[in-house]
Design a protein around this ligand. Structure first.
Ligand SMILES: Nc1ncnc2c1ncn2[C@@H]1O[C@H](COP(=O)(O)OP(=O)(O)OP(=O)(O)O)[C@@H](O)[C@H]1O
Ligand SMILES: [Mg+2]
Length: 256
């Protein structure tokens, strides 16, 4: 059940109601508990930074939001912008864009850039209905990340940074309400990293999306996020990215 006091408090502060509510969420893989007792509300327009050491459950949290891994206990619920008792949405009603943690794409992977981006549209047009050859949404998403001229190239023939931009285009093509980014710039050079983060900032400003960004980079947390959650299986700390305590917490989490 939603904590009514929490709702009342947020309303009295003039803050929007949450779009996503996690209550006592536990996620396990067989007998490994990856997330324990997560209570987290995420609000419209937030850019939520998630940080934590390797294996702390960051990717699992994103996969649980996507509905790829069911909660072992507790719940994740979605709400429409105006919260009402009957306004709960299901995973399948939410438009969620996802940029997974980078895996090197096989050089011989037999798909063109435009096909990879089009995969992000199948949830809307259905797997069995073919997209029109020149889908305008695919074109627009490639244009947004500056990769339109590469659309006929095999994805495996692109550099890591170019592949990552294609993955951002794939996440954007369904015009998502929520964008989940799992270390979207890991292993990219400084210039490409900036280009991707500037693109994400622009999208946030133009579309007021909810963005959940997993990153280890203090500079990204400070510059791009409105709130930071430090994770180590459970929530260790959360607060403003400008709070001086954040650096102390990160030092403890990463250098103990
Ligand atoms: N498919 C899986 N099967 C079993 N255990 C898993 C699986 N995926 C993750 N885990 C375990 O769950 C825990 C959390 O993993 P997760 O991938 O969420 O961590 P992370 O914070 O994203 O780490 P990283 O910084 O390395 O990406 C780890 O102990 C991991 O070994
Ligand atoms: Mg991860």
């Amino acid at each position: 059940m939603t904590n009514i006091t929490e709702v009342e408090i947020s309303e009295s502060r003039g803050v929007l109601s949450p779009l996503i509510c996690m209550n006592n969420l536990v996620v396990s893989y067989q007998n490994v508990v990856a997330l324990a007792n997560i209570n987290l509300d995420i609000y419209q327009g937030e850019v939520l930074g998630i940080c934590g050491p390797n294996g702390s459950g960051k990717s699992t949290l994103l996969k649980a939001i996507l509905g790829l891994i069911p909660p072992t206990r507790g719940s994740i619920r979605f709400f429409k912008e105006e919260r009402q008792l009957h306004s709960i949405k299901h995973h399948q009603d939410m438009n969620i864009g996802y940029v997974p943690q980078i895996h090197n794409i096989d050089r011989n992977f037999p798909a063109l850039v435009e096909d990879v981006v089009a995969m992000g549209r199948y949830a809307q047009v259905g797997f069995l209905r073919r997209l029109k050859k020149e889908d305008p949404f695919v074109e627009d998403a490639l244009q947004a990340v500056g990769m339109k001229k590469f659309r006929k190239r095999p994805i495996g023939h692109l550099s890591g940074g170019q592949q990552q931009k294609v993955m951002v285009a794939r996440a954007l093509v369904s015009n998502p309400e929520i964008l989940l980014l799992d270390e979207p710039t890991a292993a990219l050079d400084f210039r490409v990293e900036r280009a991707i983060m500037d693109l994400i900032r622009k999208l946030h400003q133009e579309k007021n999306l909810v963005i959940i960004l997993v990153t280890h980079k203090m500079s990204f947390l400070r510059e791009f996020t409105t709130r930071v959650v430090c994770l180590d299986k459970s929530i260790i700390w959360q607060g403003s990215p400008l709070d001086p305590k954040l650096q102390t917490i990160i030092n403890q989490l990463f250098f103990l």
